[in-house]
Design a protein around this ligand. Sequence first.
Ligand SMILES: Cc1cc2nc3c(=O)[nH]c(=O)nc-3n(C[C@H](O)[C@H](O)[C@H](O)COP(=O)(O)O)c2cc1C
Length: 358
Amino acid sequence: MDLPLNLAEYEELARQTMPRTHFDYFGGAAADGITARENRRAFEDLALRYRVFADVGDRDLSITLFGRKLDWPVAIAPMAFQQLAHPQAEIATVKAAGRTGTLFVASTMATTSLEDIAAAATGPCWFQLYVYRDRSFTKALVERAEAVGYEALMVTADTPVLGRREQDMRNRFHIPPGVRIKNLEGTPFASFGLDDGGEYTGARYMLASLDPSLTWKDLEWLCSITRLPVIVKGVVRGDDAEQAMKCGAGGIAVSNHGGRQLDSAIATLRALPDVVQGVAGRGEVLVDGGVRRGTDIVKALALGAKAVLLGRPVIWGLATGGEDGVARLLGLLREEFDTALALCGCKSVDRVTRDLIA
Ligand SMILES: Cc1cc2nc3c(=O)[nH]c(=O)nc-3n(C[C@H](O)[C@H](O)[C@H](O)COP(=O)(O)O)c2cc1C
């Protein structure tokens, strides 16, 4: 097959090359996959009212997020277990992020330690945090992330329990003994295996480690123990966004975990305007779920997002080409975004406004 020309072709190539169990884990969704499909449909349903004669000869894709200039408004979403996609795992991904000027968000459940990721990084990184039942361990993770230069914390709010991942149950998905969740070494949660009966343990694993009784008080606590901005990931409602800002959050990532948690959850693009209203300019708003084209980025920005996060496609680049694969995939998306800006009559990102949406 020729080199992929777009993100969908990368997915197809990954499907052909990856072990089925791993492809299903990375690409899968909760239950019937309704939300995962709706995330895409919400983008497809919007049409763009492009401008003409708008002097787009010299375009600027950059943005500023929490005072930091970024080359373009895309971040790599936090994703667990990248070693299952490629032996170089998160190291390959973070290097590709640096090469393409893309913000990298490291998952708590990475197969590389947050320190090793930071040491390999050549650009800005954020750390995605799960709040563990053991709060002193959670606090230690925050301190570790601060110590090695992560610039923000993204706390995941949409995972009080694990969504119903039926493909993973069927496939008896697990990570082999040689692969470790490196940030969790020294706890009982550094491996993700099968139980004694050979059955999938995902839901039990999450319930044993993460705290489903979290409240807004816990967000206040988290904001109080760090000097970094805290972005709450997994919010789809304006009232929740408003509450998060009151608790001291620096921003919101509108997300439904790529449709991997609550199936039938609202599509993120449809939730975005309400969340933007809830935040009311007091912080930054990002969105993820189903971003696959440069025009999707334009649509998200037009509806009020400052940047988007890209999930599964990054894994397809990693699995099919390691660091170069991720860099090439991000390069394709960047070209698409640049073309979309030009064709929309936008010389720069701040020219992307609500009136572009039909
Ligand atoms: C394989 C995989 C692993 C993920 N692991 C995490 C994680 O550890 N923490 C987290 O907050 N979100 C995790 N997510 C959710 C992503 O950060 C993101 O919200 C989602 O993938 C975006 O949707 P997209 O894949 O359609 O782009 C994961 C998603 C995938 C596909």
